[in-house]
Design a protein around this ligand. Sequence first.
Ligand code: PLP
Length: 395
Amino acid sequence: MNQRIFLSPPHIGEAEAGFVAEAFASNWIAPLGPNVDAFEQEIASYVGAQGAVALSSGTAAIHLALRLLGVGRGDIVFVSSLTFIASVNPVLYEGAVPVFIDADETTWNMSPAALQRALEDARRAGRMPKAVIVVSLYGQSADMAAITELCEQYGVPIVEDAAESLGATYQGSASGTFGRFGIYSFNGNKIMTTSGGGMLIGQDLEALKLARFWATQSRDQALHYEHSQLGFNYRMSNVLAGIGRGQLQVLDSRIEARRAIFERYVAAFSGIEGIDFMPEAPYGRSTRWLTAMTLDPDATGTTPEALVHALMEANIEARPVWKPMHLQPLLRECAYYPHTDLPQGSVSDQLFARGICLPSGSSLTIEQQNRVIDCIHSHLADSRKLASVLAAHSG
Ligand SMILES: *Cc1c(COP(=O)(O)O)cnc(C)c1O
């Protein structure tokens, strides 16, 4: 009774245990092995990339992508502001300097207008970024045609952080395949998981081979342990790759399930004044990894924070939309390019102030979702009542 409902828990299918059992039976427990090779090929063929490197996390994949692009101390890297900290941390690992780019209202992803201003300023200052990390948020691809055109014009390579958008499409192609490199995450809350892991993808097989070398402690060809380059311990284990292979088999059904969950939330709340949902941009198909909804505090009498608390009391996990990177204490010194200059704050600021992510796991049952919906309806009714009492008193 009143079992906890999580935001986005793992949803294991039927094939995962078999692949893992195979790894055990053949004693391929150690890093690398047949599951890793197969998982890399299967992901590459699913998204239509030349190659893929299975790694210990999405963060590691971003880190290696930046190293492949030669990002180093003092270099500038442009990054979407509305994202999870993992998009930025690898920039800091390399001693580079992030500059944050706002989102636009129609995609919630990197604003091409803000990016253009940032690129223009960089050119004028004679300090071009070494890379642009474009994040595709909550299952929806950023506007890659517009962003790619700008980056090509200024000669800056793109790393696509598609950690949240595996399975989404942009103009019919897979999210993650538009940049010089793309990355996916298989963290426990993502649309498919290996319990923890990531993938680096790209078209340049030589570069991916180098990433694989770096990720295995940069062991040179020799009988003894010989190292001429800095290395990392970033490879995925053969056991975890087995989980990933099973998860990939059911990815399409997981996308359908999450989209259906989104539609049920829309049906439940769309008539209510002051409630909106993250739009689906016309250029592609979102996976709706997380259902993201906005609350207008004036119209609803409540805030994401209050609603998260109300849900928490009912043993339901929800979260505010990502707190933008330009507002993080760690990154407060960094430059920021808003989409437009508005007195009420940039687009990311406003999405953070109004946005909430609702339970969206593909294993969420109708009954569980109804529990979430009922709890939100009752919180909204209470908030409206309270608002009208307060209005009556002050009037
Ligand atoms: C999850 C996530 C990552 C990478 O996460 P790992 O936990 O390192 O696999 C990177 N960027 C974004 C936007 C994410 O949501």
